[in-house]
Design a protein around this ligand. Sequence first.
Ligand code: ZN
Length: 406
Amino acid sequence: MLIETFIRKQLRLKAHTVTHVEETEESMVVHIDRLGRRLLRCGVCQQRCREVHSTRPEREWRDLAMRKLPLKLRYCPRRVDCPRCGVRVEDVPWAEPWARVTSALSNAVAVLARELSWQGTARQYGLNWKSVATIVKRAVEYGLRHRARPPVHIIGIDEVSRRKGQVYLTVVYDLERRVLLWVGDDRTEEAVKPFFTKEMGARRCHTLRVVCMDMWAPYAKLVREHATKAQILFDRFHIVKHLNEAVEEVRRSEMRRLSLKEKVVFKRSRWLLLKNPWNLTSDQKERLSTLVRWNSPIVRAYYLKEAFQLFWDYKQPQRAGHHLEKWMRSAMSSRLEPFKKFVRMLRSHLDGILSWTKQRVSNGAVEGMNNKIKSISHRSFGFRSAENFIAAIYHCCARLPLPVEL
Ligand SMILES: [Zn+2]
């Protein structure tokens, strides 16, 4: 089979044909022309058009490489006289109207960009970073337009930081399907509101049963306003994070007070106190028991933390509530300021904490996805703009459909 025929078949040309293939040192150039008087399609509405109005200057498209040689298509697009749209550039079957690469290449790029950084993808296909960015953004646009939107019942709202905790994004997950639903470019009320009003809309907000989140006022406010049937559940992992921060604060302020000799025992006690007891080595257990005998604020903090954790095992709401009440009272009389602060936070969010016994879901289900987002932000220096970062997050976590190759 001639290479011309092979390429014509690969590109599934019907109204076009390959006139000849030119081989140079660094690439293969495929020259394409119109086939006889076959009807061309309008680039806007895809309708077949009888009249060809004029011929545009030659354009070039990058295609998938032929072995190691870059493949380029060259063709002079016609302008057709469409009965519906007027004079328009024709629709070429191998590429989107805007594209400078063929659909086959842009699909291959989009697939690889889910695994690799945009730089790495660009290098692999001999493109520049910007071309990859354009392709991914187009793919995401397409995917968001064509994704299935089944009813959503349990969602998790979380924040991810960009640029070392200086800029925040809000991500919303479907916790049942473990898929990313939406990304907002801040964590303010205005930034997250479009999730409820635009992405979900009033009708789909109605099916929301549980919304899992950190104790962050704007999120809770939005849920109460837009998803009135949903139960707010404050995320277990976030609560434990706040609790651990209280332990750490006590430890740090105590360390500042201790004498040098005492410090030796407490040295590196941070992990000792944060670790679950059954994960400790025997050496660590011994050090822990020394600490316990001293009954210092650090030890009291440790016991408070351990006692709090029992809350997660209760199955009956009443008993869980009782445990929490008792715990909060003892924490308030502990003379540990960070714990009093923690209790005040719990008190003002009690409803959404107690709902754990009924719902038992947490954003831990999508922790893997949060880690993926972190690795996306690490592996690329190109995400100085939120727009690119958001596109990359959607591309890797939302399971969007890719454009179908013709
Ligand atoms: Zn048309």
